[in-house]
Structures are given as structure tokens and as C-alpha cells.
Write a protein that binds this ligand. Structure first.
Ligand code: 5RP
Length: 232
């Protein structure tokens, strides 16, 4: 499938940033999965790195492939993090959290010297907001928090937003690795992502939101023949 090839080619290009001796943050999702596969192949061939996972899903993949993981508490420096994204704008700002891993993803990306995003061209947008913005909230008081989040969206110039509690196909609530819930905020168009990010962070009960503003330094967009690298 073209889309899979585009993702894989983005991951191949990201391998250029990997160096022996690095501590590397491993992202979550179908694109990041390609990167973990490639890294595992290099490790089998003698590459020496230590990794830290952004989700239980990635931990399982890494462990199954023999990728060495270390607990976050033992990490004093993360040289590189490679992760996917749900949307990427022209300034390198992102929406993440489609896989419900945004909290650990943001902690690890923010603690890294260099965040590289890998994506296929469908993730590129002129303005963030078509993809529903994930917001992680504490289970305690989540109905009130959802209302406050709605108010923040309206105050941020979003017309007729919709805030939905994320559920699984069987109707059960999605619970994150941090034991929280996810609100998916249907915005269509976010006029000022930076202002919205600041407002959301101020809502009690919001643990983290999926707007990654000014965090990614390199965006790699895969195509069928290779990849294009954008630096910010
Ligand atoms: C998980 C994420 C993922 O990086 C994002 O959803 C992209 O996933 P995929 O590569 O499968 O399209 O933010 O929380």
C-alpha cells in the first residue's frame, strides 16, 4: 500500500539521525512502528543505543524485538525522539494523540535534544484542526472538565466545536497508559493553535493536550520514492 511505503520511507530517512551511543525516545503509532523495526535491525547488526518508550504498545514491540529499554527515571539525557503525528502544519506544529499516547509522547519529546517527526503526506495541513484534537483529562470530574474545555474552544474562536469522550469500538471508555480519559475535540479549524494550547493547559483536570507547538525540529514526509526533510 502506498501509504505504508510512505510511512516506511519516512522512517528510513529518520535512521540518518541515529548515532551510536544515543538515548532515543520511541514514538507510538503505525509510522513510529516502522522506525522501531528498523532500529531493531541496526541493533542486531551492532548499533549500541538505549531507548525509552512512549507507550505500553511501543514497549511491547521494542521488547519483542530485543531493543534495550531503560526506565525514564534512569535517563539524564534523551538525544533523539522519533515519533509520528496526526497533523503537521507548515511551521512544524503538530496535533498528536490519535493513539492516546500524547502525555508520555509530549514529556519525552519535550525532554529530548531533538524531536524528529515521521509522517506520510496525508498528515500535512495548512492549518491544524481537521483532525480532532485529543485532550487527556483525569477521570475525576471529567464531565465538568469537558464543559470547561468546550468553553475554551469557543473562547478560542472555534465555531460550533464538539467534544467527545473517546470510546473503543465496543463502547468502553478509552483509558490511557496514565489511567486517564481522552476528549476528542472536533474543531475543523484552529485559528490560533498557540493561544488554544495555553488556554487548555490552564483548565484544571486537563492533564495534557495534543498540540505540540515548537517542539519538533525536523519533519520527515515520506513518499513512494524516498522522503523530504524539513528543518525548523
Ligand atoms: C499516538 C500518536 C501517533 O503518533 C499519531 O496518532 C500518528 O499515528 P500513525 O503513525 O499511526 O498515523 O500521536 O498518540
Amino acid at each position: 500500500m502506498a501509504n505504508e511505503l510512505e510511512k516506511e520511507n519516512a522512517a528510513i530517512a529518520a535512521m540518518e539521525f541515529v548515532e551510536d551511543g544515543m538515548t532515543i525516545g520511541l514514538g507510538t503509532g503505525s509510522t513510529a512502528k516502522f522506525f522501531v523495526d528498523l532500529l531493531a535491525e541496526e541493533i542486531a547488526d551492532g548499533l549500541v543505543v538505549r531507548c525509552i518508550e512512549t507507550s505500553e504498545q511501543t514497549r511491547r514491540q521494542a521488547e519483542s524485538l530485543g531493543v534495550p529499554l531503560i526506565p525514564f527515571e534512569q535517563v539524564d539525557r534523551i538525544h533523539l525522539t522519533v515519533d509520528g503525528a496526526d497533523e503537521v502544519d507548515q511551521a512544524g506544529n503538530l496535533i498528536k494523540g490519535g493513539g492516546a499516547a500524547l502525555l508520555r509522547e509530549k514529556i519525552i519529546a519535550n525532554a529530548s535534544d531533538h524531536m524528529v517527526v515521521i509522517a506520510d503526506p496525508s498528515k500535512q495541513v495548512e492549518r491544524l484542526g481537521q483532525f480532532p484534537l485529543p485532550v487527556e483529562v483525569t477521570p475525576f470530574g471529567y464531565t465538568i472538565t469537558a464543559r470547561k474545555v468546550y468553553d475554551v474552544l469557543v473562547a478560542s474562536g472555534i465555531e460550533r466545536p464538539r467534544v467527545e469522550l473517546r470510546t473503543q469500538p465496543d463502547g468502553k471508555l478509552v483509558v490511557t497508559d496514565g489511567s486517564n480519559y481522552i476528549l476528542d475535540c472536533h474543531c475543523q479549524r484552529i485559528p490560533d493553535a498557540e493561544a488554544l494550547a495555553a488556554r487548555l493547559s490552564n483548565v484544571p483536570g486537563v492533564v495534557e493536550h495534543g498540540l505540540f507547538i515548537g517542539i519538533a525540529r525536523t519533519i520527515i514526509i515520506g513518499n513512494e520514492n524516498g522522503a523530504t526533510v524539513f528543518e525548523f
